[in-house]
Ligand binder design. Structure first.
Ligand code: URA
Length: 195
C-alpha cells in the first residue's frame, strides 16, 4: 500500500510556525471506516495523533457504544498541522493539504468516509453544509475522480457544548458502523463483514 504519511511539508507558513509536528492519520490502512476531522488541536500537536484530547474521548466512547474500537478505524484530519489559537484552517491551507488527504482516502479505500464537523463536510462535499441538520445523511461524492460514500456527522466537541447533540453524534457513528458492515453485539464488538 502506498505510504500516506507526510514527513516534511512547509506549504503553509502560519501552520509551520504554530505546529510542533505534522500529525498523520492513524489506524489500519485497510479500515472500512475513515473519520476525517478538521485539524490537530493542542493535544494532538503534542502527542502526534489525531483526536487524543477531549474530542477524542467523545469519539472513542461513541465508537464503543457502536461496538467498535479506535483500533478498528482510520482517523485523520483535513489539515495535518495545528492552526494557531485553534482557528479554522483557511481555504488555502485546506487546499495545500488536500492532496495528502486524497492520497490517504485512495490508499485506505474505505467503505465509508465520515466527516466530523462542518469543515471536513464542506471540504469534501464542496458545498455549504448545515451539519447539525444534515448529520446522518449519506452522499456519494467524487474525491480525486473516485466515487466515495460520505456520511456527515457533527464534530465530537459539539456534544461538549450542546448536550442535545450527543444523540445526533452517537446515531451517526452507529449508522457508520452499520454501513461499513461492522455491528455491535451483546458480548462486545464483532465484525460481520457482510454476513
Ligand atoms: N478536532 C479535530 O478536528 N481533529 C483532531 O484531531 C482533534 C480535534
Amino acid at each position: 500500500m502506498e505510504d500516506c504519511r507526510v514527513t516534511e511539508c512547509t506549504r503553509c507558513p502560519a501552520l509551520v510556525d504554530s505546529r510542533s509536528r505534522i500529525v498523520n492519520g492513524t489506524g489500519p490502512t485497510d479500515a472500512d471506516l475513515l473519520f476525517v476531522g478538521e485539524g490537530p488541536g493542542a493535544n494532538e500537536d503534542e502527542q502526534g495523533e489525531p483526536f487524543v484530547g477531549r474530542s477524542g474521548t467523545v469519539l472513542d466512547d461513541a465508537l464503543r457504544t457502536a461496538g467498535l474500537d479506535r483500533i478498528d478505524v482510520r482517523i485523520t484530519n483535513c489539515v495535518r498541522c495545528r492552526p494557531p489559537e485553534n482557528r479554522d484552517p483557511t481555504t488555502e491551507e485546506l487546499e495545500n493539504c488536500r492532496g495528502y488527504l486524497e492520497r490517504e482516502i485512495a490508499a485506505v479505500d474505505p467503505e465509508v468516509v465520515v466527516t466530523l464537523g462542518k469543515v471536513p463536510s464542506e471540504h469534501l462535499l464542496e458545498r455549504s453544509v448545515a451539519v447539525t441538520k444534515e448529520a446522518g445523511s449519506l452522499e456519494e461524492v467524487r474525491i480525486d475522480g473516485m466515487p466515495r460514500r460520505v456520511l456527515l456527522c457533527v464534530h465530537p466537541a459539539a456534544t461538549l457544548y450542546d448536550r442535545s447533540q450527543e444523540e445526533t453524534f452517537e446515531d451517526a457513528i452507529r449508522q457508520a458502523a452499520e454501513l461499513a458492515g461492522i455491528s455491535e453485539s451483546e458480548g462486545g464488538q464483532s465484525r460481520l463483514d457482510g454476513f
